[in-house]
Design a protein around this ligand. Sequence first.
Ligand code: NAD
Ligand code: UD1
Length: 321
Amino acid sequence: MNNILITGGAGFIGSTLANFYSKNHQVIVVDDLSMGNKNNLDHSDNIRFIEGSVTDFSLMEELLKTNQFDYIFHLAAVASVADSVERPVETHQVNFDSVFQLLELIRAHQADLKRLVFTSSAAVYGDEPTLPKAEESVIRPLTPYAIDKFAAEKYVVDYYHLYQIPTSAVRFFNVYGPKQNPESPYSGVISIIMDRYKKLLNKEETSFTMFGDGSQSRDFVFIEDVVQALDLVATSNASLGEVYNVGTGTAINLNDLVATLDELLASELPVQNQPERSGDIKYSLADISKIKAIGYEPKHTIKAGLEKYVSYELAQEKSDL
Ligand code: NAD
Ligand code: UD1
């Protein structure tokens, strides 16, 4: 049984990972609940929840002094690109400073750590037009979020080379699935679209605001494939000091995404177009050869992932009635 720390573990990806590991391991979750929700976590004796911020030095120092972890997944972040453009100073403290602080605390107190996995982002590639993006592609971060992710990722990898701290980083493309919080205007686009469909099915007046003409595309990856990738990167020897793309290798544009969901839900979501967001990336697509070489195989096409997500949401709606 391993001892696992997951920061941001009440959020979308973190809670799914915490629930997955809690079947066989002890998990400690730290989350300030700014976007996450305690109810995302299973009721399990193997999960201990701590409400607090990863920027709180005393909290993190105490935690790392008094526990010896086998694995640490650092997911706590302000995950919205647009929010980082609005609040560059606040988001920098979470998205960069907390990572640097964590590395130093690990150096001081976690001699037996097997792996720190840091979650970076495809946003680091920016708008350089060559596709697909491989790990060695041109890096051109456009926003505070992307700059912080890239700088943090570099430190994470460098701490392996300089101090032999076992680290790895992943660059997620666009992750979607159950438990992604749709409440903020900065939430992941599929969670927002799903929320609007639910309103439509409940006969409430609603529409989806599309920034731009809908021709922008993303490599959307289903949450179950992301958990598979995180587990693989954490436990593989080849991944020490390495960075990996996590996507599917296929992209879809927003217009086609809405059309696919219209078909799946046999409805027609009203769409209103607004000017595109500043700092928005036009096209994004992952080259996943590197992570495939350590055994990753995404199991969900966008259609298969959306089908699972839709059935989950419809089942939730029924149980809420
Ligand atoms: P999320 O917002 O659901 O999860 C982030 C969690 O961190 C939330 O529960 C939030 O409450 C918590 N948090 C925020 N600030 C905190 C702080 N100061 N202290 C403690 N907890 C704090 O987002 P997610 O989609 O689950 O993202 C998880 C990680 O993956 C993030 O680092 C994000 O940048 C990265 N990522 C996500 C995507 C995606 O498409 N969802 C893509 C690339 C990278
Ligand atoms: C997302 C992630 C980010 C991650 C990046 C990696 C979130 C909130 N963001 O950013 O953490 O690092 O992928 O690729 O999880 N859009 C609309 N209407 C809306 C919301 C969004 O049209 O209501 C558009 C956006 O302008 C954008 C696209 O949908 O063109 C995707 O937006 P979003 O889901 O916020 O993702 P990214 O910005 O790609």
